[in-house]
Each structure stands twice: as C-alpha cells, then as structure tokens.
Design a binder for this molecule. Structure first.
Ligand code: SF4
Length: 332
C-alpha cells in the first residue's frame, strides 16, 4: 500500500481546510469501502483525513422532515425511531445491504460515496478500465458483464452504483448537505450521482474538498406506505441484481395518487423511474397498467451478453414492488 499522511480534525472547518487543494486527499469515515480499495491498489491517496470525530452524529427533526448526520452509522440510521416510523423504506434498504458488521462501521455519508463493484475496476491487473484509468477502455463491455448496467450507460463505462440505501433516498427525494472551501450547498439526491458519459471516473457532483455533512429527508405524509425489494443471487451479503424502492399513496380502490419509484442495480446511479411514476399516477394498480408502466420505464434499456436478463427482471420487480405496497395499504 502506498504510504499516506493521516490527519484527524476536530471540526468540519478544520477538515475542509486540511483538504486544501490536494488532488490525492481522501476523507475517511467508516472506511468500509475506501480501505478495501486502498489494499487493492485502486485508490492510492497520499493524505487521509479521518472525519470520524466530527460532530455529525445526530438524527433529529428538521422542519417537517428529518436530518441525518453524515457520520451516523448505517445501523443506527436504520434502527432510529424517526426513520423506522416515518421512512421505513430507508430502514428496509439499509438492512438489505452488506452485513451487520459492515453496517455498524459504514456511515451514511460514506454509503453515498461507495464505488462500483465492477470486477475489472477492483482488479488493477486488468488494464482496461476507464473509471480507474481514463482513456484505457472498458473490459466489461466485451467481458463478463452479468452485474452491469442496462440503463444510462455509455461506451466508456457500464458499471452500476452498488448502494441499496441510495435507492431509497432517491425515491424519498432526499437532499444531501455539503460544505466545502466555497461554503455550504444542498444537492438533490437525483443530482448527486452522475451517469458515466465520457467521464466515468467522476461519479458525483461533489466539488473538490466538499464534505457531506447531512442528509435531509422531506416530510412525506404517506412515507409509511413503502417497500424495498432487492433481488440478488443469495439472500444476504450480496449486491442487488435489481432493486426497487417504492413509496406511494393509493385510494382504497387501488387508484394511485402519488407514486415514487427508484431502481438499483441497473445504472451508474440510483435510477428514478419517472416514466413509470407518470404512467401510474391516477391509475388503478391492476396488472396490465403496472406492466405497461414497467415496459415504458425500461423501453430504452440495453443489455450485454450476460446481463440482458436484468431488463425483464426490472420490469417484474417494479410490478411486484408496487403490488406489494398497494396490497398492503388495502389490507391495512
Ligand atoms: Fe471500468 Fe466501468 Fe468498464 Fe467496469 S464498466 S471496467 S468500472 S470502465
């Protein structure tokens, strides 16, 4: 592993000043992804700023919604009463990810920044990876691409974002609070991550030296009516092949008034299913309507040799997840 300097600031401002203009600096929270990447030689920072002692560990009401400090662990967020009772889709999504040990260490801010699990990205013995080495090519396009993207990919990269939590945050319209050398700003969850385009190495719209300080959840009166469906190769400790977060409000007869859907495992960022949402709003949740909405959402999907199954899987997952929520609401 490349030698690195280590700095453990006490305040957010100290952390930001410590980052400076250094290109090779990384903030480290729980370290559950970054340390793996450093051991593999994928990340080679010269400076680590340990943000683990910063005062960003509170979950509290914020306006009509809830603010989650960036250093809250995934476990603590999932189990917090405000999250369990008002945003259960977030609890479900977090608990569907990783293992209890990892969730105890991983932070909310760090989860937002976890990097793809593309096999070729993780293994520097493969030289072709535009995300690791811009301009080198993409080994996955003609390689083994079972876990890769079917929506929003580019000829430069077909990797997917691995987080479950981020899929729920996208459906909930969360807002990420950041602070950097030029002050504070808010980034909507749908704008936080990027599609690969010509710069797959740039994964978020964070600017250099910006630190995530909190995640805000808006008030959603029907937030309890939700479900996170994760489809994976084994029941635990596996990334999603496809996942769906649904939050919706339906009448007793099954007519959907408000619909929020986000997909995981299909794109370089959590995929807000706006076409399906539009197709379902004001409609009854019958099989034909749900299937048509899912078809519309996946109409532009494109598969590769080993992952085309994801297109049909995503359609079925949308139908099943929405049916589950509407059914639960009618029975409840
Ligand atoms: Fe690298 Fe992206 Fe291609 Fe994977 S899909 S090899 S991360 S460029």
């Amino acid at each position: 592993m490349k030698p690195f300097s280590y700095f453990c600031p006490a305040t957010v401002d100290e952390a930001i000043q410590g980052y400076g203009e250094a290109q090779e600096t990384r903030f480290i929270g729980g370290g559950t992804n970054l340390l793996d990447l450093m051991k593999m030689g994928v990340e080679r920072p010269a400076h680590l700023i340990d943000i683990g002692r910063l005062p960003l560990m509170k979950i509290s009401p914020h306006g009509d919604g809830v603010r989650i400090g960036a250093l809250i662990s995934n476990t603590d967020a999932a189990n917090h009463e405000l999250i369990r009772t008002r945003y259960p889709v977030l609890t479900e999504a977090i608990l569907a990810g990783a293992s209890p040990q990892l969730r105890n260490m991983a932070t909310m801010g760090g989860n937002l920044l976890q990097r793809t699990r593309c096999y070729y990205f993780y293994d520097p013995s493969y030289q072709e990876c535009n995300k690791r080495t811009p301009g080198s090519g993409c080994a996955a396009i003609d390689g083994y691409n079972r876990i890769h993207a079917v929506l929003g990919q580019s000829p430069q990269c077909i990797a997917v974002h691995p987080s479950d939590m981020c899929v729920a945050l996208t459906a909930l319209d969360a807002v990420v609070q950041v602070k950097g050398p030029h002050g504070e700003r808010s980034i909507n969850m749908t704008e936080f991550h990027r599609l690969p385009g010509d710069t797959p190495q740039v994964e978020t719209n964070l600017q250099s030296g910006e630190l995530i300080t909190a995640i805000d959840l808006p008030s959603i009166p029907y937030g309890k009516q939700s479900h996170y469906l994760k489809i994976r190769d084994r029941h635990s400790y596996a990334f999603a092949l496809v996942s769906v977060a649904v939050v919706l409000d339906a009448d007793e007869d099954g007519t959907m008034r408000h619909v929020r859907i986000a997909l995981g495992g299909v794109a370089h960022k959590p995929w807000r299913a706006t076409k399906a949402e539009k197709a379902l709003t004001g409609e009854k949740a019958d099989k034909k309507t749900l299937r048509a909405a899912a078809e519309e959402e996946l109409a532009d999907a494109h598969g590769y040799e080993h992952n085309s199954f994801k297109i049909e899987l995503a359609k079925r997952a949308i139908v099943r997840a929405v049916t589950t929520v509407v059914g639960g609401q009618q029975n409840g």
